[in-house]
Structure formats: C-alpha cells, structure tokens
Design a protein around this ligand. Structure first.
Ligand code: SF4
Length: 442
C-alpha cells in the first residue's frame, strides 16, 4: 500500500480517525492538506499552508508527522494550543494510528521550579509580600513531590504570584553544570526528555529564544529534527522579530541588582562597597523610567532622544551599572552566583552601549514604557535573512500553517517576510465555505 493511499484510508469515513475519535468527519480539504504535508516531509521541502476554519489542520499535520518516523518539533503560537496539542490531540491521533511514538513538551525555563533558587530564597527570607513568604512551604513540598516541576501543576500558587521570580531561573542566573542541584534540576530533566522524544511540542517564543540565545533547549533538539511544524504561523514574523532584534530592558538591570543583593547578603557581606553601589544602580533605573511620562507608550528613538534628561539619565544608568560590574569583578571568584552576576553586568553594559550607538540599517530602534520599566528595542525590518540561515542550515522539512497567512490567496508577503523563497504553498478553503459554494446556501 502506498503512503498516500494509507493516508486516504486513515482520513476517510470509517477510517482509523473516524473509528477512534468521536465526531470525526471526513473532509476533502483535510486529506489534501495531509497529502501535501506528507510529501513535504518526505522530500525535506518548505510548505506554507493556509487552511480555513474547520479544515482540521491539526490532524492534517499530526497524522503525516507521526507516521514519518523521524524526529518532529511542533511549535505553537500560544501556550494554550501547546497544552491542548500535548494533552489532547497528540495522544488521540497517536492512539488512533496505533503508532509507538514518544511525545514530550518543552516550555521556557521560567515555567519550571528551580531547586537552587528556591533554597536560596528560603534561606535568605527576603520576600516582596507576606503572601510570598506563605507560598514557600507549599512550593517546597511541590519541589519534593513533583515529577516535572512545571509551575502550571501547582495551582495553589497563582501563575502571576511574584514569588515565582525568586524560585525559577533565568538564562542569566542559572548556574548550569556548576549548580549543586544540577542532577535533580527540572529544566535539565525536561530537556533530556525532549531530546529523547520522537515528537516535541514547543512554542514560538521558546523556539526563537533558544535559536537566538542558545539557551532553552531547542538548539540541542534542532540538529536531530527531520521536520519542524509551525502552527499559528501567522505569529512568526512578530515573534521572530523580537528575538532577532537586540532589546534591553531596565528590568534586566533591576534583576541583576536584586540577584547581586541576594549574593552580597549571603556570601559577600564584608564587601561593603558592593552594598553601596547596588542601590545607586536601582535608583538610576528608576530615574530613567521617570524620564517618560506615560506607561504603555511606544516611541521612535529620535523622540526618546529629544526628551529632556534622556541622555543624562541613560549615562547615569551606564555609570552605575559599570560601577556594580567593576566591584562584582573583584568578588567573582568567591561564589558562582557572584561570578554570574559579574558576567551579566558585562553583557548588559555592552548591550546598553550598542543600543545607543546602533548603526545597523536593518534595525529600527524604539522605546516602550511600562509602569515600572523601560524596554529599549532594536527590531529588524525583516527577519528574512536571519531566519533564512536557519532554514538552510540542514536539510529538513519546514511546515508553516495557519488559518490566516495569505492575502487574497497570495502568500508572497508572508514568504518575503520570513525568507521562505523555496517554499511551496497550499491553500484550503474552509469546508463550510466549500459547502456553501457547492450547494449555494449561506
Ligand atoms: S541548573 Fe539552573 S535551573 Fe537547574 S537548579 Fe541549578 S540554577 Fe536552577
């Protein structure tokens, strides 16, 4: 039996999907789309596929992906779809097809509890609120019993509780292999499982954060992936732009100030000058925020530069950061956390400097103002070049699908935006529209 005829049988009325999944109905567009995806996977092609509502595009890519026998990364635009795929659609299709495929879900590191920072926070005992202090024993018990450390499983602590900042890690403050908790680390475990799985579900933010920052675990996954599927692919240009750009936020400086204070209080209290320079940095960041009147505003760099006090406040922030970094350098050998803070200081200094002097004509500089912080953006006009390099790095299939990619059936805008010049395209109308056309009803 050819692969195509097996797909036909799977999707047809009474086929494997209809038998196993309640309410499944045969749709001509869905089968056509699945066949196009199957062919793209087989020949390592790029395919941009728009499927109208009701086409059933999720099954249209899951079936050929699960039957392909290679490693597949599926990336979604939202965490909701990521959870839905992993918890519902993937197991359903896998069971219907009866294929022994292992699946895994990988989220960004901020989603996983960090043993090391939990311990530090508990010993340190400096919390933003009484509630935060009350959450600690609940989180400690979760750390002992959870298999994944995924904070979504601990519903007793709200997802937006400020305590999570103290008990999760960032790329900047993770100690990696030097960490005393490395062996039991939830982040490392999630990555290990993702490496071993046949199908891994990630999200676009994680995908690009990792490809650019080489942190979150996808970089390790990519070399062995035969197929990458982006669902909700219309969101990619914006997400990719965020990561291919060069952004820096005052909250990164404040995070550094916070972590430096924690390290100072626990291992470097005799370094009095460190205790003195950190509050100066915190004040400089807050003063820089006060240069802007309104939160929620976005402005081009020229307008920001013309604001009274912008230049002075920016320089003060750079000077204060340089001072903290200088003192950290003298203390770095005492503790891995201090060493990390020193490296972060160095890199933030360089980022602040290059944002101000940016001369790359593909980058648009702009400023975004939040209640407590200011984000300095340098966004590429086009992600085509940067993303194009990813596409050609190794032969594999790339599938881009969404309900809204084309403009009047024309994909050229999307293709140019993403640098998908070799891509084939496919367009499947909603079965609802199709029926309406065939039967003339509305
Ligand atoms: S390796 Fe990093 S994320 Fe894991 S426990 Fe240590 S500091 Fe936390």
């Amino acid at each position: 039996m050819s692969e195509s005829s097996s797909l036909t049988q799977i999707f047809q009325a009474g086929g494997a999907l209809a038998q196993a999944i309640q309410g499944f109905t045969e749709r001509k567009q869905q089968l056509e789309m699945a066949l196009a995806i199957e062919s793209a996977i087989k020949d390592n092609k790029q395919l941009v596929a728009e499927a109208g509502t009701g086409t059933g595009k999720t099954f249209a890519y899951l079936v050929p992906a699960l039957l392909s026998g290679g490693k597949v990364i599926i990336s979604t635009g939202t965490k909701t779809l990521q959870d839905q795929l992993f918890n519902r659609d993937l197991p359903n299709v896998r069971d219907a097809l009866k294929v022994p495929v292992s699946v895994s879900m990988l989220k960004g590191r901020a989603n996983y509890l960090c043993h090391y920072h939990l311990q530090r926070a508990s010993v340190e005992g400096r919390f933003q609120s009484r509630e935060d202090a009350q959450y600690i024993p609940i989180i400690q018990s979760f750390a002992e019993h959870s298999k994944t450390g995924d904070k979504a499983e601990l519903t007793a602590v709200p997802e937006n509780a400020t305590i999570w900042q103290n008990v999760t890690s960032t790329r900047d403050n993770c100690l990696g292999q030097e960490c005393p908790n490395y062996k039991e680390c939830f982040v490392m475990e999630a990555r290990k499982q993702a490496l071993a799985a046949d199908v891994v579900v990630v999200n676009h933010h994680l995908f690009f954060a990792d490809v650019m920052l080489r942190d979150e675990g996808v970089t390790e996954l990519l070399p062995s992936a035969n197929t990458v599927i982006f669902d909700e692919a219309h969101q990619l240009p914006e997400v990719a732009g965020l990561f291919f750009g060069e952004d820096i936020s005052t909250s990164q400086l404040l995070d550094l100030a916070r972590d430096t204070t924690v390290a100072y209080l626990s291992v470097a209290k005799d370094c009095v000058v460190l205790g003195e320079v950190v509050p100066v940095l915190e004040k400089a960041c807050k003063d820089f925020r006060l240069v802007f009147q309104f939160e929620g505003s976005r402005m081009p760099v020229q307008k920001a530069l013309s604001l009274k006090k912008f230049e002075q406040a920016y320089t003060d922030m750079q000077t204060a950061l340089a001072k903290v970094t200088e003192v950290l350098e003298t203390q770095a050998a005492r503790d891995p956390m201090l060493e990390k803070c020193w490296q972060r200081g160095e890199s933030l200094l360089q980022q602040l400097d290059s944002w101000l002097k940016a001369s790359n004509s593909n980058l648009v500089r702009w400023v975004e103002v939040f209640t407590q912080s200011v984000q300095l953006h340098a966004t590429p006009l086009s992600v085509a070049d940067s993303f194009g390099k990813q596409l050609s790095a190794q032969p594999r299939a790339w599938i881009f699908t969404s309900a809204t990619l084309a403009v009047k059936s024309d994909f050229s805008h999307y293709i140019a935006q993403m640098g998908l010049h070799a891509a084939e395209t496919g367009f499947w109308e909603s079965p609802f529209d199709y029926e309406a056309q065939v039967w003339g009803s509305d």
